[in-house]
Structure formats: structure tokens, C-alpha cells
Design a protein. Structure first.
Length: 240
């Protein structure tokens, strides 16, 4: 029986109540917020396992709120939006979102996506328990796969779940060049459709901004022109 907490942030009361009712039927614990301030207050107190976030709120934009959420939580974020342009999806994913659905949406599909994200989140948690001494250190960079912690020059850096999974995939396969489509299928666990490769490009760009001293001339995540991305295997790796 599911007992995960799901925070629904949407100022449209009818949609908020509808989503919460479906969550209750699926044995989740729904939490409702109608503004950004209310959402942050609930988030700090309840620590939800997943967040459903409307792109437009009365006191803030969903993308701005997502950036604030990412400072204190790595819970998967599913955006709901009336905006259907590709650029809107890219901006939302760049702001820390893990998924994007347009309104109107099918409640059954939303529930299916919620369960898929929670399965992946729970799988990562199990892996962290099962795997020991899984720390990778490079010059200026330290990654702990067990605790999902990343340090750049000694400073802890927050990564979204998808950002961490992409980095983990590249670090664990340092000699392999991954096309964007393969990264998408490995991390999102679904077939890469048209434009999904652009989503990966956005995530790589965001990762570089967080990892690299000079994102325009990266040391860690290297582009192989016409092929894809790889981790710089010339950097020394240590397992503690």
C-alpha cells in the first residue's frame, strides 16, 4: 500500500481537488498548496516524496518556485501547464523539473507518471543501501553515489534526480561516448522520441554550469562532435 506524500501546487481549486482525489484513491497522501509561499511552508514541514507543480501561480512562476524547491528537496517534480510550446518544456526541465504534462490531461496518465517516478526514486534509494564505498573523486570534484552528494571544490552542489543520474551514467562508463538519445533512454527509462534529445542537451548544459569552472570549456563532461557525451577518462579516479 502506497503511503508516499504528494504535494499538489495549483491555484485552480477544481484541478487541485481533482488530482488530490485521484491520489487518495491510489493510497497516496495528498497535500494541497495554492501559492508558492504556501508550498514552501508545506515542503519544509512535510518533506513530500513527489511534487506536482503548476507552471503559473498567483504569487510566482512555477519555474522560479522549482528553483527554490531544488535548494531544499530532490523530490521529483512534475510540471502541469497550459503552455504547449517546446521552449516552455525546456525551460521547466532546466529549472529542475523531471516531467512536463500539458492541460487538459488524463488523470490516469498523471498517476502512471507519478508511479514511474517514485519507482525510480525508490530504486535509487535501494541502490544506495546495497552499494557501499561508492565514492568517486577527481581533481576538484567528489561524488558519493550512496548519499547522492556532490562536492565541487569542497562546496556541496545540489543536483536534481535526473542530473545526478546522467552524471552517474557518464562517470560509471568513462570510456564510452553516449549519444543524447541513449542518455535519455537510460535515464528516463523510455524510448527517445523526437525532441527528447534536446531535453538531454539542456540537462548537460545545466550540469556543466554546476560542475565546471568554465562551462564553455568543460573538464569533466566532454562533447564528442557528431556523437554525444562522455566523462573525461583522463582524470584520475579513486574509489574510497
Amino acid at each position: 500500500m502506497s503511503k508516499e506524500k504528494i504535494l499538489v501546487i495549483d491555484d485552480e481549486h477544481a484541478i487541485n481537488k481533482l488530482v488530490c482525489s485521484y491520489l487518495s484513491k491510489e493510497q497516496f497522501i495528498p497535500l494541497s498548496a495554492y501559492t508558492g509561499d504556501e508550498a514552501l511552508s508545506i515542503l519544509k514541514k512535510e518533506k513530500p516524496d513527489l511534487i506536482i507543480l503548476d507552471i503559473m501561480l498567483p504569487d510566482t512562476e512555477g519555474t522560479s518556485l522549482s528553483l527554490e524547491i531544488r535548494k531544499i528537496s530532490n523530490a521529483p517534480i512534475i510540471f502541469l501547464s497550459c503552455k504547449t510550446q517546446e521552449i516552455d518544456k525546456i525551460i521547466a526541465l532546466s529549472a529542475g523539473g523531471d516531467d512536463y504534462m500539458t492541460k487538459p490531461f488524463m488523470p490516469g496518465e498523471l498517476i502512471a507518471r507519478i508511479k514511474a517516478h517514485l519507482r525510480r526514486q525508490n530504486s535509487l534509494a535501494r541502490d544506495a543501501v546495497e552499494n557501499e564505498n561508492n565514492i568517486y573523486e577527481f581533481e576538484g570534484l567528489k561524488v558519493d553515489f550512496d548519499t547522492h552528494e556532490l562536492f565541487v571544490c569542497g562546496e556541496e552542489i545540489n543536483l536534481t534526480t535526473k542530473e545526478f543520474e546522467i552524471l552517474k551514467l557518464l562517470i560509471e562508463n568513462p570510456r564510452k561516448v553516449f549519444p543524447a538519445s541513449q542518455i535519455f533512454e537510460s535515464v528516463w527509462k523510455t524510448n527517445c522520441m523526437e525532441n527528447d534529445s534536446k531535453t538531454v542537451m539542456v540537462y548537460i548544459s545545466t550540469l556543466r554550469k554546476k560542475l565546471e569552472q568554465n562551462p564553455e570549456s568543460p573538464d569533466y563532461i566532454i562533447s564528442v562532435r557528431g556523437v554525444g557525451y562522455k566523462f573525461n577518462q583522463s582524470l584520475s579516479k579513486q574509489n574510497d
